[in-house]
Design a protein around this ligand. Structure first.
Ligand SMILES: [Zn+2]
Ligand SMILES: [Zn+2]
Ligand SMILES: [Zn+2]
Length: 257
């Protein structure tokens, strides 16, 4: 099993259209970031659960040759995490599966509004076929693999991260309650959303992210959901504390169950 970070950028992605800053014009491929998303998968068994399907979903799935997919775990309803929903049609058509999207009631209601054509009682031929599933409040088995939902705060919104084995993925976040912290013990790898250097109303900024990463104490923490305002990947990673790095698109993290 592994967790692949298929995107590590904030909502606009990096580079930002029209921006000429040193990050957006960098020639280092690690300074190019799709919108944040990830996938837990086990190539041997074919087990896979994507996390979010933002606007870059199609390119992300092509990039890792994810030819079959039946499950998407939704962190929350912001467009940078759901805008690729129409592209689940590829899995509907080629693999013949109805996509299971696991989400809280609030997120489900939002999806029904934003993508009403897909949930119409008589959808037009070719509309995405989606099966909305209630995200359980605590650990559940997804085809035999234990998935632990991690409730966290994203501004005033309750949103979710996910843990499988010794790896946890928490993207948009600026607060973690004690109850969830207790679900983050014994981690080998933590993926944590950290936006840039300045305090923000709904994301951790760098100093706070470092503090939180140290207190959770995973052996290795990778920051994701990164803004172009974070700075160059190479310069940042040369100066972060031991055990903390900026992630990059395509990063593969081994998962021990
Ligand atoms: Zn986001
Ligand atoms: Zn820029
Ligand atoms: Zn968000």
């Amino acid at each position: 099993m592994e967790l692949i970070l298929t995107g590590t950028g904030t909502s606009q992605g990096v580079p930002v259209i029209g921006c000429k800053c040193e990050v957006c014009t960098s020639s280092n491929p690690r300074d190019r970031r799709f919108r944040s998303a990830a996938i837990f998968r086990d190539r041997a068994s074919g087990w896979a659960a994507a996390i979010d399907c933002g606007p870059d979903f199609r390119q992300q799935m092509l990039g890792i040759e994810q030819d079959k997919l039946e499950h998407i775990l939704m962190t929350h309803e912001h467009m940078d995490h759901v805008a690729g929903i129409d592209d689940v049609r590829a899995y509907n058509f080629t693999a013949g599966v109805t996509m299971n999207i696991w989400a809280t009631e609030r997120v489900q209601n939002r999806l029904k509004q934003q993508f009403s054509y897909a949930f119409h009682h008589e959808p037009y031929p070719g509309a995405p076929r989606i099966n909305l599933r209630d995200l359980p409040k605590s650990e559940f088995s997804l085809n035999g693999i234990a998935v632990i939902p991690l409730p966290v705060w994203h501004g005033s919104w309750p949103v979710h991260g996910f843990r499988v084995g010794d790896v946890a993925y928490i993207t948009d976040v600026n607060g973690i309650d004690n109850e969830t912290l207790q679900k983050l013990t014994g981690l080998k790898f933590l993926v944590l959303g950290v936006l840039h250097h300045e305090p923000h109303h709904s994301h951790y900024h760098l100093d706070k992210g470092i503090e939180v990463a140290k207190s959770i104490g995973a052996e290795m923490t990778y920051f994701t959901h990164i803004s172009h305002r974070m700075g160059l990947e190479a310069e940042m990673n040369a100066n972060l504390p031991d055990g903390i790095q900026l992630a990059h698109d395509g990063l593969r993290i081994p998962v021990t169950l």
